[in-house]
Design a protein around this ligand. Structure first.
Ligand SMILES: Cc1cc2nc3c(=O)[nH]c(=O)nc-3n(C[C@H](O)[C@H](O)[C@H](O)COP(=O)(O)OP(=O)(O)OC[C@H]3O[C@@H](n4cnc5c(N)ncnc54)[C@H](O)[C@@H]3O)c2cc1C
Length: 415
């Protein structure tokens, strides 16, 4: 967030988050990247102790009861230490707890949300399946009814924190014959008999966060653990798209910020041809573009946070703004990280600086929580809908008529 528009209490919250990020042991970051650590329990415990989990979750369940702007402020600062830690910070407390608080029974708020926000337990979210993540409604994980319970079978993959999770938010088909938006149920599944996780992947970045495969074999779950009721998964999915994508955008700002700082320090000190390389436009302009992109990305994230917090912006417009933020910020971050590496030269490509880790980590941002192609699809759909329903009907100047031959309607051929 821009400091010049923060309130005093937002500044204090930012400083709390900064102090937490400063606490993160260097060894933890290095060991996670080297995959010596598969799940950083101590990180979440410390976040819980500092009451920095669940910024938007009501206070009665252990959260801070604040809004999206504050959530973004903390996510940005949390992202600074490492992308992998930020993913874990967000998935349990920001996504799964939000789903339970919005759609779950009090029993789950007490048994899942309260201990999770203390950092004692963790919850992961499983949408993606081996057969595909973009085609969410084509999921093949299914559940069948058995008395008062549902029996779930299927597989999910690339699940952040699967290795350390005590609970899972799982989408399963419960009515295969229904239209897509009435076909799925979002279940809260405990780590119980039939649940198996495998830490599998040789990830390029975001390592050490327990990302793995989740196998569900005849897993029995009571019907009351179905958020928003049986076949009500679509509404949960739609609501979760905000914390998944806006949260990703905010933490990505923080994760790429150090790349600019490292590049700025380095190019101010490093000399070539008898002068600091900052003085060569080819170098200084890359840093300038990186700073500009970061500020533009930040503007987009926080105007979207304000739109969501206001509750006055139409949900379709919110969907577009959230998708725009996710796409723009993650692509800006990729350019920023690459520009930073470029101006630091060969040493930037080594592990003497953390730039190479930042580049590896940041690459995920354009893929997960919905690829940027899926973001484009949403932006396109929502824009055309909004344009025809709202924008084209607004009482504003019709600039189309301000052309010399605007009245030549026979020249305006559309078919
Ligand atoms: C490290 C990591 C962590 C992750 N964490 C989680 C997690 O915690 N929980 C979870 O559920 N998932 C998680 N994911 C999964 C991630 O969200 C998916 O990988 C992503 O949504 C894409 O799905 P896919 O890999 O199956 O690719 P596919 O869906 O097969 O897509 C492949 C390509 O086709 C394109 N494509 C597909 N359909 C269309 C279309 N209609 N229009 C245009 N282009 C299209 C995609 O954009 C992409 O470029 C994680 C992934 C990684 C790598």
């Amino acid at each position: 967030m821009f400091d010049f528009i923060m309130t005093e209490s937002q500044k204090n919250l930012r400083d709390e988050a900064r102090a937490f990020t400063k606490w993160v042991p260097r060894e933890l970051i290095l060991d996670m990247d080297a995959e010596k650590v598969q799940f950083p329990h101590e990180y979440l415990r410390e976040a819980g102790k500092r009451n920095l989990l669940g910024i938007r979750i009501p206070r009665e369940y252990g959260g801070r009861g604040l809004g999206w702007v504050e959530d973004g402020i903390v996510a940005e600062e949390v992202g600074v230490a490492s992308y992998s830690l930020a993913c874990l910070w967000g998935v349990g407390a920001d996504i799964v707890c939000d789903a339970i608080c919005a759609f779950g029974p009090d029993e789950l708020k007490q048994s899942v949300v309260v201990p999770l926000l203390k950092g004692e337990t963790f919850a992961a979210e499983g949408l993606t399946e081996p057969r595909g993540g973009s085609d969410f409604f084509g999921a093949t994980t299914y559940a069948r009814k058995d008395g008062d319970d549902w029996i779930i079978n299927g597989q999910k993959r690339f699940i952040v924190g699967a290795e350390g999770a005590d609970w899972f938010l799982i989408y399963a088909v419960t009515d295969p014959d229904a239209p897509p938006h009435r076909r799925m149920t979002a279940f809260i599944v405990p780590r119980t008999e039939g649940v198996e996780t495998k830490y599998l992947y040789g990830l390029m970045g975001v390592r050490g966060g327990g990302a793995g495969r989740l196998i569900l074999k005849d897993v029995r779950v009571p019907e009351r653990f179905a958020l928003n009721g049986v076949n009500g998964g679509f509404d949960v999915f739609v609501r979760m798209m905000i914390p998944e994508r806006l949260g990703t955008a905010a933490m990505t700002l923080g994760s790429v910020r150090p790349a600019i700082e490292i590049a700025t320090r380095y190019t101010s000190k490093r000399k070539a041809f008898g002068m600091p390389i900052q003085g060569f436009q080819a170098v200084g302009f890359k840093v300038a573009d990186a700073v500009m992109l970061l500020d533009a990305a930040r503007s987009m994230v926080y105007s979207t946070c304000l739109a969501v917090d206001s509750g006055r912006v139409h949900p379709n417009r919110v969907r577009r703004m959230v998708s725009q933020s996710k796409k723009f910020v993650t692509e800006a971050a990729w350019e920023i990280a690459n520009n930073a590496m470029q101006v630091v030269g060969g040493i930037g490509y080594t592990n003497v600086y953390p730039l190479e880790r930042i580049v590896r980590d940041i690459r995920l941002a354009m893929i997960w929580v919905g690829t940027n192609e899926i973001m484009q699809l949403i932006i396109q759909n929502e824009w055309y809908k909004e344009f025809h329903k709202v924008i084209s009907k607004e009482d504003v100047r019709d600039v189309e008529q301000d052309a010399l031959n605007a009245s030549d309607v026979e020249e305006k051929v559309y078919e």
